[in-house]
Design a protein around this ligand. Structure first.
Ligand SMILES: [Zn+2]
Length: 220
């Protein structure tokens, strides 16, 4: 499968799993001195490999018509040389939390602590704006997954498969937390368990962030 085929398949997958609507979301993969990215102005269930655009790290559109959110991807690739793929979606439970100012920093699920680390909320800026790109880029220096206030979520990783898996985990965790808040009871992992999960990341080839239990929230 070519990179363009993988990107087209990824955006269709996000749509079929309900993580975006027909007009939302974008996916990119680093390519040389730039990145390949899904197109703007097309239904997301109809994206084909030939629609994938190429943008340089100087922000120059080399071919195709990139998503209007390409500045956000550009800023992350510039700030994080270790990142090779960026996924931006609007998953409904994560979006609910991001709109209620509840960050995904509560250690509820082991998988989420291990794959995502603490997930902060980036203050609202208009979608596709330079300000949003700069805020998300800044937050990406400390985090691999972000909630965008009143907007959506971003995951960044060494591979597209991992960035997609992270987006699914993020939404699953948001749903579990959301339901727990409705139940009025959420049992959190303890600090020792979080420390152990974070230490496992390096063993599995995940980026070695300097997170500690202090980066999580411990009371709901
Ligand atoms: Zn968006």
């Amino acid at each position: 499968m070519t990179e363009k085929e993988k990107i087209a398949e990824a955006i269709r997958k996000l749509y079929s799993r309900g993580l975006i609507t027909l007009s939302e979301g974008n996916v990119s993969v680093r390519k040389g001195d730039g990145f390949l990215i899904t197109p703007g102005g097309l239904r997301k269930d109809r994206v084909e490999p030939s629609h994938i655009a190429l943008v340089s790290l100087e922000g120059e559109i080399i071919c195709g018509r990139p998503s209007s959110e390409y500045l956000l991807h550009l800023e992350i690739y510039r700030k994080r040389p270790d990142v090779n793929a960026v996924v931006h979606a609007h998953p409904p439970f994560a979006l609910s939390l991001a709109s209620a100012e509840v960050p995904l920093k509560y250690p509820v699920l082991a998988e989420a602590v291990f794959l995502l680390g603490p997930v902060p909320i980036v203050d609202f800026s208009l979608p596709s704006s330079r300000e949003l790109a700069e805020r998300a880029g800044e937050a990406s220096l400390r985090h691999d997954a972000l909630l965008l206030e009143n907007h959506g979520a971003v995951t960044l990783a060494q591979s597209l498969d991992l960035a997609l898996a992270m987006m699914e985990t993020l939404e699953r965790t948001a749903e579990v937390l959301w339901r727990g808040l409705l139940l009025g009871k959420v049992k959190l992992l303890d600090r020792e368990q979080v420390e152990e999960l974070l230490s496992l990341r390096q063993r599995y080839g995940l980026s070695s962030r300097d997170w500690s239990p202090e980066d999580f929230l411990w009371s709901l």
